[in-house]
Design a protein around this ligand. Sequence first.
Ligand code: GLN
Length: 233
Amino acid sequence: MCRHLAWLGRPRSIASLVLERPHGLLQQSYAPRRQRRGTVNADGWGVGFFAPGSAVPRRWRSAGPLWSDASFASVAPVLDSGCAIAAVRSATVGMPVEASAAAPFLADGWLVSHNGVVDRTLLDVPAATAESACDSALLAALLARRGPQRLGEVVAEVGGRDPAARLNVLATDGRRVLATTWGDTLSLLRLEDGLVLASEPWDDDPRWEDVPDRHLVEATPDGLAVTQLAAAP
Ligand code: GLN
């Protein structure tokens, strides 16, 4: 299982979101606290973000471990964003290890991260439209085709088709963040200047809340909605 995180709020540095928390993504890349499958997330990492005032998604991805990237660590403190998604990857057996298989993926102007696993043969999408042959990239391609704003519906449908699938997904278009829980953990932290959604808490702040399994979170600057999801028949 990978670990991922989203931020929606006032601009913060990418370093503060990804590298500077006591149990943030950097630590989760080698010592996750709540991960049920896999022990390290060293098969790549990625950050996608919208710079303040820009609707263009920017990405920085790598096939190596996050802790080994000194260039990123040097630049991340001066990259600011009010809407970002980041992930560290533990590749599912059989999936390629390459930068293009690291989340976040691009899907019709949205950034998409998938934490989990899905049977690729059950995803009804041409492989050529995906950034990589890995399951997460194909899921992102399916979302691009169906409309990423329909994330909850697509997860319920894919989950119905593949009962073994785990489908924790984060998606953003720069204005709102959508998240699903489907087989793995997700925590939520409401702060004065924004909202964090993360596979696991980045610190021991007692305000972290656990999102129940099989739910959709829709976060906008105006508020938050959490609704239940059920596998489509
Ligand atoms: N199945 C995806 C991959 O191989 C995600 C893996 C995960 O969540 N650990 O990259």
